[in-house]
Write a protein that binds this ligand. Structure first.
Ligand code: ADP
Length: 455
């Protein structure tokens, strides 16, 4: 009947505007590569390149017990693990999450209090988790420090976190943090020193490098998205004697291009966001936004084609009410009558009488939105490898970390297959995508391992 025709029309239009042909993905990849080149010279474009780390990365031979701190928006993780050298798995991984009190979080000037808390909790952690590694007692303990910059819906609650937004090697804010942490360690009798505070993707890159010398970039794909890569890897990889490596944190979420397949839903999402016109790439690919795009399509279908009956379900009008784990659950529903979709529609939007046909439409929308996002990530990865001049003749390993990649199977599959599709049979073996090791925050441990070179 008429309303299904209208639903189908909206769906077709969405698919049409979201299309990511291989040619289009190449355009995106080339443009990102160009922007990276330009960003290096004058910084006057839409992606931001920050030199974040100038020191050796792990070689993979490191052995011993290492510590890490991963500072996140509302909490921090203390980590400890034992590395056993080449090709051996990480063992004895311990993680503890500590909440940061609101009073500290909301205040941008509370660095000292925050560091004091970190020092205190770390000293407790060390005394609670004894080291089985005999050598660890005789060696100085090593600690890596990473920061995950959180995406915040409410900027008021993120006073302190927003300070660590753009850490670079010559950054005064980062130096202040390093000094305060070392001070706090002294005060609490923690026998460690922090050398650098870096973005968590730099830690992931260190982790990738520990497992493979060919690792050239680390991508985080969770609520938000970010990338770190090694500048001039040719030089670095050909010259193992060169100890320092230049790691760039590229805020690729800021990437924008006329080639991005934007729909009316993206345009309105962006216009109503806290930072219109910014982070367009991120708004197409990251976990924070995928569900919201789907919700906007559903709302249009409810309003213009009575997808869920004659009245529009009120909860469907609430922004960001559909989160990506729920979207993934609906998308991956393989039951005959889409029972998971039915359940989720009830739970999230109070929709109690969805028809099987409407539920099928929901999964199709999820598919279009996830496929586009994942394929754009694939194009971004190819763009980075292209910029490094490694597509044709070198193997490149890209390590990926983050909840979206970890848990959204179909998204992950689309991402992998897009890279194969873009590169074709001839070159696709040159780009290897690996899941990061040790999970969220574990990069800090590998960063600690890099420090052994210094001694
Ligand atoms: P961060 O919030 O620092 O990015 P994570 O890397 O753990 O932390 O990613 C969490 C994000 O991953 C969630 O906000 C969500 O967007 C996404 N995510 C988590 N689980 C799932 C899932 N099952 N399906 C789809 N996306 C998920």
């Amino acid at each position: 009947e008429r309303r299904w025709k209208q639903v189908r029309r909206i769906l077709r239009n969405l698919a049409w505007c979201s299309a990511t042909t291989a040619a289009k993905l190449w355009d995106v990849a080339n443009e990102l590569a160009c922007d990276m080149e330009a960003g290096k010279k004058d910084g006057g474009n839409n992606i931001r390149l920050l030199v974040s780390y100038l020191a050796p990365l792990p070689t993979g031979d490191e052995k011993g017990t290492y510590y890490g701190i991963n500072l996140r928006g509302t909490n921090f993780l203390i980590l400890r693990a034992r590395l056993q050298g080449k090709n051996e798995p990480v063992t004895e991984l311990h993680k503890q999450e500590i909440a940061i009190p609101t009073a500290i979080m909301a205040n941008a000037d509370s660095t000292r209090e925050l560091c004091d808390l970190i020092g205190l909790e770390l000293s407790k952690f060390i005394s609670q988790h004894s080291e089985t590694d005999n050598e660890a007692q005789t060696r100085e303990r090593k600690l890596g420090f990473t920061v995950s910059y959180p995406i915040n819906e409410d900027p008021a609650s993120s006073g302190i976190a927003s300070k660590w937004n753009r850490l670079s090697v010559d950054d005064t804010v980062g130096k202040e943090l390093v000094a305060e942490i070392n001070e706090a360690f002294k005060k609490h009798g923690v026998d460690m020193r922090v050398f650098a505070v870096v973005n968590d993707t730099v830690g992931d890159l260190a982790g990738g490098r520990y497992y493979s010398k060919e690792t050239v970039a680390a991508v985080s794909l969770g609520m938000g998205t970010n990338v770190s890569y090694i500048e001039s890897p040719e030089q670095v990889l050909n010259e193992p004697s060169n100890p320092a490596e230049t790691v760039i944190n590229m805020e690729w979420g800021n990437f924008n291009s006329f080639n991005l397949p934007l729909t009316e839903y993206d345009t309105s999402l962006d216009a109503e966001s806290l930072d219109p016109g910014n982070r367009i790439f991120e708004k197409l690919i990251s976990g924070m936004y995928l569900g919201e795009i789907v919700r906007r399509v559903l709302l249009k279908m409810a309003q213009e084609a009575a997808l869920f009956g004659d009245s529009v379900p009120p909860k469907l009008t609430i922004p960001y009410s559909l989160r990506s784990p729920d979207m993934a659950a609906m998308h991956q529903d393989t039951s005959e009558d889409y029972e998971v979709v039915e359940e989720k529609l009830k739970e999230i939007f109070d929709i109690n009488d969805s028809t099987p046909m409407a539920r099928e439409i929901v999964t199709e929308i999820c598919d279009i939105v996830a496929e586009r996002g994942a394929r754009l990530v694939g194009a971004g990865i190819v763009g980075i490898v292209k910029k490094m001049g490694r597509v044709e003749n070198r193997k490149s390993v890209i390590t990926i970390e983050g909840g979206l990649y970890d848990h959204y199977r179909i998204f992950r599959n689309y991402l992998h297959s897009s890279v194969w599709e873009i590169l074709g049979d001839e070159h696709s073996d040159n780009v290897i995508i690996e899941h990061s090791h040790g999970g969220s925050g574990a990069g800090s441990i590998f960063l600690a391992a890099s420090q052994t070179h210094k001694n």
